[in-house]
Design a protein around this ligand. Structure first.
Ligand SMILES: Nc1ncnc2c1ncn2[C@@H]1O[C@H](COP(=O)(O)OP(=O)(O)OP(=O)(O)O)[C@@H](O)[C@H]1O
Ligand SMILES: [Mg+2]
Length: 212
């Protein structure tokens, strides 16, 4: 049994790639899974989060490994990680087509975080098309969804009309996601019963089911 590789890709900056990577990884960790994360974004946000996490928690083995590397090296690293971990999550940079494509080629599943507005939706199309042309399963994940918003409902209807694959679980616009990250943790570790905690648990479950 080898681990599944999930790449998070979306050319639009700030769509929520790193947030989704961290929150999913820590949700799986909280369920006792072994998780590896690869940060191929030169911004290094994921690596910075991990540095803070290690400083706070110490080097205690929590089943999580985070490695920063250049996108072109993914092919060398991913096979061994697949063998050693249940889930391998790749966080990719915005505006970097070549690296995003490399991450997609390595993946069993591509997640595309998308905020419910037209600009995010338009930016999603090239990445989604590349994944589907590459015969890689893909799933849009609506992120920062406002509690009640006609505009968000209209975007949702548009996604459905296009027939794009969309996760049932969505993430709301919740400060708790950012706050847990600023502590080197994930919401599944700090407040699993909170609304944010329940949202990420539902998404982690939905994705794990898809990977089976
Ligand atoms: N569901 C959410 N609720 C509240 N804030 C969020 C949510 N998702 C992301 N954010 C905030 O949006 C900003 C951008 O998120 P993030 O860094 O995860 O996006 P990104 O796609 O990784 O960005 P980049 O393209 O620069 O790598 C951050 O300030 C983050 O805290
Ligand atoms: Mg990022």
């Amino acid at each position: 049994m080898t681990g599944a590789v999930v790449s998070i890709a979306q050319q639009k900056g700030g769509a929520g790639k790193t947030t989704l990577a961290i929150q999913l990884a820590t949700a799986w960790l909280a369920q006792g899974k072994r998780v590896a994360m690869l940060d191929i974004d030169p911004q290094g946000s994921l690596t910075a989060w991990h540095g803070l996490r290690q400083a706070r928690l110490g080097e205690q083995a929590d089943g999580l490994r985070v490695q920063s590397l250049s996108g072109w090296r993914l092919g060398n690293e991913v096979p061994a990680l697949r063998r050693a971990f249940d889930h391998v999550l790749i966080d990719s940079p915005p505006h970097a087509e070549t690296d995003a494509k490399t991450a997609i080629r390595q993946a069993d599943l591509v997640l595309l975080p998308c905020q419910p507005n037209a600009l995010d939706l338009w930016a999603t199309e090239p990445t989604l098309s590349f994944a589907l042309d590459n015969k890689t399963a893909a799933l849009l994940v609506l992120n920062r969804v406002p509690a009640r918003s006609r505009a968000a409902e209209a975007i949702l209807a548009e996604i459905k009309a296009k027939g794009w694959p969309l996760a049932k679980a969505r993430l709301g616009n919740r400060q708790a996601f950012a706050a847990s990250i600023s502590e080197g943790r994930g919401i599944a570790e700090l407040a699993p019963a909170s609304p944010a905690g329940q949202e990420i648990a539902a998404l982690a479950k939905e994705i794990a089911r898809k990977l089976r």
